[in-house]
Design a protein. Structure first.
Length: 132
């Protein structure tokens, strides 16, 4: 009987560890990966014209050290969000309902899609995908 209880406790502890360490959590830092299906570097090069080196120099002038920092969204467990785009930071809240992610910053709500660990945002005719 003691052996069965011990085995059951071990199974429960392993299950708790698995759930606690799962990477399926929505919270975390998401960085822009693609715009309109193109990698960010390619998209910016085509949109702004110029070489990749020129784009990186332009971003550095704007205070952005790397393309990964061009646009980030940080979802915190407490429902707060920090959004940064081109060096400008804003704070607000977020709420997830199924795959519908609503991010509210400065009183303006933006509806996004959260699926497979990625956030998809449609803004100003552009589709941006952010991932961890």
């Amino acid at each position: 009987m003691k052996r069965i209880v011990s085995i059951a406790l071990v199974v429960l502890m392993v299950a708790a560890l698995f759930v606690g360490c799962s990477s399926n959590s929505v919270d975390g830092v998401y960085r822009i990966k693609t715009v309109n299906g193109k990698e960010l570097k390619t998209y910016l090069t085509e949109e702004l014209g110029g070489t990749e080196d020129q784009i990186e120099a332009l971003l550095k002038m704007a205070g952005i050290d790397s393309l990964e920092d061009y646009m980030t969204i940080t979802l915190n467990q407490d429902g707060t969000v920090k959004a940064a785009m081109m060096g400008e930071e804003s704070e607000g809240t977020w709420k997830l309902d199924g795959e519908k992610l609503t991010i509210t910053v400065d009183g303006e709500a933006t509806e996004c899609t959260y699926k497979d660990g990625k956030i998809t945002v449609d803004m100003d005719g552009e589709t941006m995908v952010l991932g961890k």
